[in-house]
Design a protein around this ligand. Structure first.
Ligand code: FES
Length: 62
């Protein structure tokens, strides 16, 4: 089971889970300023939820 550490929180999630959804569900702030309201809601077109990842991860998809 993957472990995600962000903003002082350690979160366990299912393999293959959507990282954006996992972080938001656990109260991790992904967006700055107006991007909290104006973002693509995970379509992958705006880049406002970009994060840096360390460690082993699955292959990227669209
Ligand atoms: S909300 Fe993640 S790319 Fe737009």
């Amino acid at each position: 089971m993957p472990t995600v550490t962000a903003q002082g929180k350690t979160i366990q999630c299912e393999a293959g889970a959507n990282l954006r959804q996992v972080l938001l569900a656990h109260g991790v702030e992904l967006y700055n300023g107006q991007a909290k309201v104006i973002n693509c809601r995970s379509l992958g077109t705006c880049g406002t939820c970009a994060v840096a990842i360390e460690g082993e991860v699955s292959a990227t998809n669209w």
